[in-house]
Design a protein around this ligand. Structure first.
Ligand SMILES: Cc1cc2nc3c(=O)[nH]c(=O)nc-3n(C[C@H](O)[C@H](O)[C@H](O)COP(=O)(O)O)c2cc1C
Length: 219
């Protein structure tokens, strides 16, 4: 089984990258192979809106990283998207890649709405690994809805799994031990007494990502 993973944080060693590393550990540990694409360095430019994909069954833009990347996407069993939530959405470079997914579909306009028909039959597992500062997960709702939409329109055989790691406002916070969390909270004027509890919670996020990767290969 092979996975293509998009790392969408501009931070080195960011929280979402830690989730991706945990997923990769589970996935590769069970015998899968996983390639990581750094979204910001993928040389994929914005969709130019020509809509020629509706006629020629592929993106008309050939002078950026999309032709090679789209082949990898089509060949993957699993697509993993590891991203921070930015203003209730994904960072720009990943959004540019997602817009180019339009070229995998035919879209027909009808009186009652748009009808989406993928050019290929898709039976992929989509995995969304989100890191965010807000504690309830509410800010991630538009991102989850976007991925529910993409997973659905690309074929009934697709499925989506989501891990949302909340309450992570600081760089590298998900990987901090309780002492580091206590120091960081004290500097920020937050309650250092929450450090032990938060450490347990952060480890649980990483464990969820690991288990998702591991079970993807085993099931
Ligand atoms: C430009 C920007 C916008 C952000 N917007 C949100 C937001 O809308 N909701 C939220 O919960 N966190 C928001 N955050 C916080 C990040 O999602 C959070 O710190 C996350 O853990 C960063 O993940 P990373 O370390 O993988 O980059 C924002 C951070 C930045 C830099």
């Amino acid at each position: 089984m092979n996975a293509l993973a998009f790392a969408a944080s501009p931070r080195k060693n960011g929280n979402s990258t830690a989730l991706l590393n945990a997923y990769a550990e589970g996935f590769c540990g069970a015998g899968g192979s996983l390639e990581v694409i750094d979204a910001a360095r993928s040389r994929v430019g914005p969709c130019r809106g020509c809509l020629r994909c509706n006629l020629i069954k592929r993106c008309a833009v050939r002078d950026d990283g999309w032709p090679a990347l789209s082949e990898k996407i089509l060949a993957a069993d699993v697509l993993v998207f590891a991203a921070p939530v930015y203003f209730h959405h994904v960072p720009g470079p990943l959004k540019m890649i997602l817009d180019r997914f339009r070229s995998f579909l035919h879209v027909r306009i009808t009186e009652t709405g748009l009808v989406h028909m993928p050019w290929q039959e898709w039976r992929k597992h989509f995995v969304l690994l989100l890191a965010m500062g807000e504690p309830s997960g509410e800010d991630a709702r538009p991102v989850v809805e976007l991925f529910e939409f993409i997973t659905g329109v690309l074929g009934q055989g697709n499925r989506l799994s989501v891990v949302t790691a909340t309450g992570l406002a600081l760089a590298g916070q998900i990987s901090m031990d309780a002492v580091q969390l206590r120091d960081a909270y004290a500097k920020l004027g937050l309650d250092p007494g929450r450090a032990d509890e938060d450490r347990v919670r952060n480890l649980a996020f990483l464990k969820s990502a690991y288990e998702l990767g591991n079970s993807a290969v085993r099931s």
